[in-house]
Design a protein around this ligand. Structure first.
Ligand code: GUN
Length: 292
């Protein structure tokens, strides 16, 4: 079994990006600038956004964190998005999800300038992705592709089973794994809450990508030998022994599934850090787009 070490690979990617930033600076040009908008005080979301800002500092990007109260109206958020769309200093920005219930997520995502949409959630970018056109690929799926590529995991002709059909992970992942090229050329099954007899499907999978948010959902009995397992789950479960009072748990029963797997991502330290690295990569791409 080989660990798909997202922490290590994400650090390599960040080093590569930092080197590019140094060259940009040496030429006297403006460094990439990422902004993140967060509405409300959700602990997990604040942590994720904090990590994104910290990663910007690490590679030499400029960053702006826009914190709005949980009572923010849709109109107020739209005004902020309009400002960020127009601000020539900002190359790309994200609106952290989920949003409070008074705000319509789809309308918000539609309001972001597709050329600044480094999350790749705007319908224009999602459509381009599905049509194999150059675009921003959502950071988590992009990070999974990068992990598979850097570990040279064969995907061609393999049966990839994606568990969960979220717009952020499962749905785009199912499209990307079936695309031409590497990593891709897989035969993809997208499973979700209405899928019947899921074990029959997962036990035929060469590659399993779980993005459910159910701790320890995928058990050893559900997979075949030498399976490749990508665990996107990051659920906080109470843990008295941890200083924070919780620990992060994936969708996979790691101790038992890892005994059968050929490659597997740990949680934490697998997909999570890759997401942040690829957001930085998308911001670099956004800067290049704005320069031409
Ligand atoms: N919430 C969970 N994952 C993500 C992500 O990748 N981007 C944004 N904007 N919100 C999220």
């Amino acid at each position: 079994m080989e660990l798909l070490d997202g922490k290590k690979i994400s650090n390599q990617i960040k080093d590569e990006i930092a080197e590019i930033v140094q060259k940009i600076k040496a030429r006297g040009e403006k460094v990439p600038h990422l902004a993140a908008v967060i509405v409300g005080n959700d602990g997990a979301s604040l942590t994720y956004v904090g990590s994104k800002v910290k990663a910007c500092e690490r590679v030499g990007f400029e960053s702006t964190l826009v914190k709005l109260p949980s009572t923010t109206s849709e109109l107020e958020l739209m005004r902020k998005i309009d400002e960020l769309n127009k601000n020539k200093d900002i190359d790309g920005f994200i609106v952290q999800l989920p949003l409070p219930e008074q705000i319509n997520e789809q309308r918000v995502l539609m309001a972001i300038d597709p050329n600044k949409d480094v999350d790749g959630f705007h319908p224009t970018n999602f459509g381009k992705m599905a049509l194999d056109m150059s675009t921003f690929i959502p950071a988590t799926p992009f990070g999974i592709l990068e992990l598979l590529e850097r570990y040279n995991v064969e995907t061609k002709g393999k049966h990839t089973v994606v568990i969960g059909r979220s717009h952020i992970v499962g749905r785009p992942m199912s499209i990307l794994m079936g695309r031409k090229g590497f990593p891709g050329n897989s035969t993809v099954t997208l499973t979700h809450s209405h899928t019947k007899n899921i074990t029959q499907i997962t036990s035929q999978a060469d590659i399993i990508i779980t993005a459910l948010g159910h701790p320890n959902y995928l058990k050893a009995e559900m997979v075949k030998d030498d399976v490749v397992v990508i665990d996107v789950g990051i659920t906080r479960v109470p843990d008295e022994n941890s200083p924070k009072g919780y620990r992060i748990t994936g969708d996979v029963d790691f101790d038992n599934v890892s005994k059968k797997a050929s490659f597997i991502t740990p949680v934490p330290g697998g997909v999570g850090p890759m997401t942040i690295a690829m957001l930085l990569k998308n911001t670099l791409l956004a800067r290049e787009r704005h320069r031409v």
